[in-house]
Design a protein around this ligand. Sequence first.
Ligand code: MF3
Ligand code: CO
Ligand code: CO
Length: 288
Amino acid sequence: MGNKKKANWTLIPGQPLTEMDKRILSFQERGKLCPSRELIKTPEQIEGIRKAGVLNTAVLDTVAEKIREGMTTEEIDRIVYETTTKGGGIPAPLNYEGFPKSCCTSINEVVCHGVPSEDVVLEEGDIINVDCTTILNGYYADASRMFVIGKTTPQKQKLVDVAWECLKIGEQVCNQPYVFVGDLGHAIEKHAHKNGFSVVRDLCGHGVGLEFHEDPEVEHRGARGTGMLLVPGMTFTIEPMINMGTWRVFVDEDDPYGWEVISDDELPSAQWEHTFVMTENGVEKLAW
Ligand code: MF3
Ligand code: CO
Ligand code: CO
């Protein structure tokens, strides 16, 4: 939010304008929100984030193999911790701003940031998001997937499928550089609404790579041509949270950690997340 008119892109004194400088300045002159140079990763940094992404994807693959009815979310957390650390990584959520576990496990009406627990057992018909972020050699990659436990209702299955389609539509909009975050947000929201669902507004995707959460904010709704310009070398997530009912969310006052986000009407919510790098030819997936 905010800083819409601030000139973020600056030139390097004494250096001739590159094609990229010219391209970005042309948007900046029209009042568009452009990235600062720090958001453009070097090829070496991108390789580091890619390696973190390979490990993070392997962790989610391991969760996919082992997740089943009757398991506690604490067991999922243990799988994530073991797989991440065996691969030489650190689970980024652990002790992040007071978060007590290695991943987020968000079931049914829990929108995101569900805290794994001994007391939460997976039941037939549950839909659960497992969100993992890995730090490897100082680089971060972030992804989440939905899992359906056994067979669920047609409505919950549709929610899971539409949330996946929303992510794929966001990815599709980013099939070339110099698109805006608002372009993908607009397309995602349109698809969710067409299916009778809503898009969570209070949480968004984000830059990622050198830190857990960087600029830009990647809202999954909005108007075309708004939000930050996405240029080659930027690394970020798309992670739409799609609700069956209202887009409004809350955190329970009695939540001991204050992390778990729940839909206001306590109807189900679904989310998928990938980490991407923008290239000259559009986005490439780094974690999924
Ligand atoms: N992985 C989440 C995201 O996609 C953030 C989780 S923060 C945590 O941005 F502390 F809950 F892990
Ligand atoms: Co994320
Ligand atoms: Co995540």
